[in-house]
Every structure is written in C-alpha cells, then in structure tokens.
Ligand binder design. Structure first.
Ligand code: WTA
Length: 653
C-alpha cells in the first residue's frame, strides 16, 4: 500500500445524524424510491430525466460508451437557451422573476423570464451581426452582473461555445485561455464594483490582446462608467445590443454540440480546457438542481453565491436554475461590503429560501461572529447547500444552527468542473445527514472508494474516489489535448475515471471527502495547481527554483506556501520587499487568488534521487509539524538545512 493511501486510512468518527423534518420529507421533490428507480435501469432513468427537457428531435441512442469517450442522447437536437428561457415564456411563466440582481453599491434590477429572453435574443442577434457563427469560441470576462448570464445564453443560443474566464484572473491568464481556445470574440465590461470601489476589467483585456491571438472584436458592457481606453476593435454592448431586434429564432444543435469550455487547474502549469456538450450536461444539471435543492419554482427564492467564472456559476446559476424556471438572487460584490451582514441583509430582503455557498465563506462568517446573521430575519431559509471543499463538522453545525435555525437540511455536494453537475450529495427529503459528509452518490451515479488496485474498500476504510460508470454531464475531453485527457483522468485505473480526491467510507458506508491526493491545492474552494504557482515564481528574475505546497488554513481550507531558492547574488536581506514583489508577480501571472500566503526563502529543496520534489515534507514544515520520513531523499540532510535556514531567517527578523 502506498504512503498516500495509508494516510487516507486515517479515519474520523462522527455519530450525529440529522433527519429532515416529516413536513419537509412529505413535500420533497425526491422521494425514497428515487434510488431504487435509478438502480433498476440506469440508462432508462437518465432517458426519463432527459425527457423533461424540450427537444426539437428526440435522440436515437441513449449512450455510446467507448472508454474514455462518452456520447449521450445521440441524434437528439435541442437548444440550451430555449430550454432556459423560451420554454417558460411560451408556457405562460414569462412574468416570473428570473433574477433579483443586487449590485454592490445597492443598485438593483428585477429581470423576468420574458425580459431575460428579450435580452438574450438581442445579444444573439448582435453576435450574429459581428460574424460569430456556431462553433466559434467566445471568451467572457465579466463581473457578476446579469450581462454575464445573458452573454453565456446568447452564445449557447447560436451554438458558439463560451469560455468564461473568472474576472479575478490576470491579463496573462486571460491571454493563455484566449489562445488555447482560439477565441474570436471577447465579451467584457469596463469594470465592476467590489469592496466599495469600482475596479477595471477592460485594461486587462487590452493588455492580454497585446499578445498573439485571433480576437476580432471586444464587446464592452458599461457597468461602472469609469473612463475606458478604446481601440478600433471595441464596441459598447449597449450600442451594439441595444439596436438589435427582439426577434430571434433559435437553431437547434446536436446533443453532443460543445456548449462551453471552462479552464481549470491541473497538476501541470498549463490549465486544462474542460469541455462540456449540450444534451447530457443540461439533463444532469436540471435533474440535480431539482432534486438536491428541492426547487419549487413557484415559491422558492434560490441563491447560489458562486461567480459565473466557476463551474458552480455555470451549472447552478445559469443553466440548472433557469431550466427549472427558478427565481434567483444574483449579487455582484463581496460579503463584507459595506458591512459584514450584507449577505444576511440580502437573504432577508428577497426572502431567500435556498442558499448554496462555500465552506470558506461559512468559516469566515463564524469568525466575524453570530451577531451579523442574528441581526437579520433568516426565517425564509428552508434548505442550505455547500460546495467546493470539504466542510469541517464545526462549520457544518454552525451553518445548521446559526444560519439554518436548526430547521434546514444541509446538502454537502461533491462534484468537479469535470463532472459538470453534482455527483455525491444527500437528497434533502430523504437522507439523514452527518456533519461533514457528502453521504452517497445521487441516483443514477456510480461513485466508489477504491484502493491502489481499484478494489473497492470496505466500510470504515479510505482510498481514492473514482467514477466507474459514464454520466450524462461528464466532460467530453480536454480542449485540443486528447492525450492529456486520457492521461489525467483515465490512466491511473484502466477505463475508470479518477477524480483526484481521497475519500473514506464510514461504518455506514457514507462518503467523506478528504481533499486532493494530487498536486492541486484548494484555496477558498478554488483549484490552483502547485506547478502553476511554481512556474509563475520561477519566471521572476530573482528566483532560481520554487516549490509550492497547500498548507492547512483555518479560514481558506488551504493556504499557498512557497519555498523559494534565490538566484546567486540575490540575498535574503532584501527580505520583505522581495516577498511583496514575488507575491505581486504571482498575482500578475495568474491572479490575486494565487498569491502565496507565505514565501520562505531556502537554500535547498528536498528531492528524491529521481529529482522529484517531496512536497509532503515541505507541507510538514509549512504546517509546523515534525518532519516525516525523509529517508528517500537524495540528501537526507536537506530538511535539517531548511529548518536551520528558516530558524536563522526568523532570528534575523
Ligand atoms: C473539491 C467545484 C469536498 C474536490 C464544484 C474536487 C469538494 C474539487 C467538494 C473540484 C465537497 C468540491 N467536499 N471537496 N462537497 N466539492 N470539492 O472543479 O477536491 O472547482 O475535486 O469544482 O473541489 O473543484 P472544481
């Protein structure tokens, strides 16, 4: 058994169970027979779910599976934006609110389904006018404003795959994503509001486009009205979209037509363009949104706090909720602007019933203190969800007691950019949840915990999380990198999807996620690869070599700690200033989210004889632990040197 595996065997015990109230259970969308029903015939089950979408042409074959390539609902034709919008308007739900938008400065917009459809039709006409056709890739680099969703849906409407790049990423990161997807158009904004001030986005686009690319036009939403530099390729959104016709007949696309590309960090420096197609993706996001969040579109006000720059924003702000005709809240800013109760104020204001957020925010609220949630009426809430990282039982209990008033079921949902939709989660009317466990695979999904030889572990044991059956919303590949797709996900266990996460089964068979087992860090629920940060550091002139680890962090889950060897001639003494320079350099290369929490200047790095950096040992140092077994190091003294060097640096301070 490998060393990694042994540490996965490290079990915790949690005996608390929380069952839904009989009232909740009686009204729940998902009833007990949901699992049995799916188990009886998995493919028939997914066909049934696909049948809830509107198809122009029904599929001929439900699944074609030649590992690792899946095709779902072959021969079927549909349009994503028709399913999200036209259908509701046609069936008389046009007056229902789609978005209650709340800008950070306090400006608001109420957008009904009918209004959203008109905006999307106009935006689709605008894209067509500037020459975008089905198959062209469009990069979207936006703050969290309604136009972000409108832009995505307009792309989907004309069959142009979107590639949303999180607004917090740097110009360099944006350029590499534009290049990789070979985007023809960028949709952005002058800026947005964050932390009480306007920030700019357009200058980063201008900076990115100084590089090599095939971008012909840049459409700019005017959000802040700040002064914005202009070039010949730029067009204001309000001028271009404003003049378009409100009529647009959507074309239908093949179920396997690419819907979007979304870049995510892997174990190498270059992010992977995960791509998803249409029919299967929409089927699973709609099903999971309905069952896991128990959505009652006539009465619920649903709020997922994720940004559209992440997969959660794609699946559970844009596609899932809109297909289900939900009313949602969209908020532009940060949770502590202008005060630490902003989120709770918004919950009270709109009567939010379902809240879906990340453990890092829950832990931040805990730190800020109970007085902020307690100052608001949160009685409207009836269901709570979390995603993005393991949630510690203390945070789970706090969420349940302080935010949920002990009456709301909590759904801890495990999934990934690659899985497209929720895979492991309680069903809120059925499952007796345990604080910190994602519990079991949702109906129609097969997930297992296995050992090094792909053998499922017994209850009470730990191992690797795998998915051994194809699922409708699975990634269809890594954009332009087929080898990497096979190598990353399908090579560790032949023909089986390896998620990259460790997990354990407790004595009752419930799944507990234990974090990544690869070189991917999880900072505030954002995936960042150690190699990506290392290569950013090494691109700085002062740095000879760098090793980066994710160290446990009470607030952000993991914090980035970098061990850096300086080039000769550059001294420790340049200390503080160099540290700031390096941190800013990483922010420039990748984005502020990748800034190391701590940079430690060292003279050596621990390496195996084959030259592989032993991050495990560095993690021990970063987490202030006794350094573990170092016998496989090429030079066993290195760890002593590192410890001694750090000590003398501390003494110098
Ligand atoms: C982690 C986010 C524990 C996990 C939807 C996974 C979780 C990675 C959970 C995917 C959870 C996500 N419990 N860990 N409920 N949800 N993760 O692609 O390590 O941004 O592999 O997708 O986040 O991150 P991604």
């Amino acid at each position: 058994m490998s060393q990694d595996h042994e540490s996965l065997e490290n079990l915790l015990s949690e005996d608390r169970h929380f069952s839904p109230s009989p009232e909740f259970a009686a009204e729940a969308n998902a009833q007990f027979d949901e699992y049995a029903h799916a188990n009886m015939d998995r493919l028939a089950f997914w066909e049934e779910q696909a049948g809830t979408l509107q198809w122009e042409r029904k599929w001929d074959t439900v699944l074609e599976w030649q590992a690792p390539y899946a095709k779902w609902f072959i021969g079927g034709k549909l349009n994503a934006s028709v399913n999200a919008l036209d259908r509701h308007v046609a069936e008389g739900r046009g007056d229902r609110v789609a978005f209650h938008f709340e800008g950070e400065p306090g400006d608001t917009q109420t957008i009904t389904y009918a209004e959203l459809l008109i905006q999307v039709k106009k935006a689709a006409n605008a894209l067509t006018e500037i020459g975008i056709v089905a198959g062209d890739r469009v990069a979207i680099y936006m703050p969290m404003i309604p136009e972000a969703a409108i832009a995505m849906l307009a792309c989907a409407r004309i069959g142009a795959p979107h590639s949303v790049v999180f607004g917090g990423f740097s110009a360099d990161a944006l350029l590499s994503r534009i290049q990789d997807a070979d985007a023809k158009l960028v949709i952005t904004a002058d800026g947005g509001f964050r932390k009480g001030a306007a920030f700019a986005l357009k200058p980063a686009v201008d900076e990115a486009l100084k590089g090599a690319h095939n971008v012909e036009k840049v459409i700019v939403v005017q959000r802040t009205k700040q002064e914005t530099a202009w070039t010949d390729r730029d067009i204001w959104w309000h001028e271009l979209v404003g003049k378009q016709s409100t009529e647009h007949v959507a074309q239908n696309f093949d179920a396997e037509h690419p819907l979007f590309i979304l870049y995510t960090s892997g174990t190498t420096a270059k992010p992977k363009g995960i791509f998803h197609t249409t029919g299967g993706y929409l089927t699973q996001v709609a099903y999971t949104h309905k069952m896991v969040f128990d959505i009652k579109p006539e009465s619920d006000v649903y709020w997922c706090t994720a940004d559209v720059g992440w997969i959660t924003g794609h699946s559970y702000v844009v596609y899932g909720p809109l297909i289900n005709g939900a009313t949602q809240v969209m908020y532009e800013g940060t949770p502590d602007t202008p005060h630490k109760g902003r989120i709770f104020e918004i919950i009270e204001k709109y009567g939010v019933t379902i809240l879906y957020t990340a453990p890092t925010l829950i832990r931040t609220w805990m730190k800020w203190g109970d007085e902020f949630p307690k100052a608001h009426n949160l009685q409207s809430l009836r269901l709570l969800g979390t995603v993005g990282e393991p949630i510690n039982p203390e945070a789970w209990m706090w969420y349940r007691e302080v935010i949920g008033g002990e009456r709301c079921p909590i759904v801890d949902t495990w999934w990934q950019t690659e899985t497209g939709a929720i895979m492991i989660s309680p069903l809120p009317g059925i499952t007796a949840t345990k604080p910190g466990s994602a519990m079991r695979p949702i109906p129609g999904i097969s997930a297992k915990v296995v050992d090094d030889n792909a053998v499922p572990v017994a209850d009470g044991h730990g191992g690797y999380l795998i998915l051994d059956q194809p699922w409708p919303s699975m990634l269809r590949g890594v954009w332009g990198e087929d080898e990497r797709y096979k190598e990353t996900y399908w090579s560790r266990f032949e023909g089986i999807y390896f998620a990259g996460d460790g997990a354990k089964l407790d004595d009752e068979g419930a799944i507990w996620l234990l974090g990544r087992v690869d070189d991917v860090m999880n900072v505030s629920g954002h995936r960042i690869s150690t190699t990506e940060v290392e290569s950013a550091l090494v691109s700085h002139e002062a740095v000879a070599e760098a090793a980066v680890v994710g160290a446990a962090d009470a607030m952000t889950g993991q914090g980035i700690v970098a061990f850096v060897i300086l080039r000769s001639g550059i001294k420790h003494a340049d200390g503080e200033e160099l540290n700031t320079q390096l941190r800013n350099h990483v922010a420039k290369e990748i984005g502020a989210i990748a800034k190391p929490r701590q940079i430690l200047i060292v003279n050596e790095l621990p390496k195996t004889r084959s030259g592989k950096i032993m991050r495990r040992l560095l993690r021990d140092v970063a987490e202030d632990r006794v350094v573990g077994d170092a016998t496989t190091l090429a030079d066993p003294n290195v760890m002593k040197l590192i410890a001694a060097g750090l000590q003398s640096a501390k003494d110098e301070d």
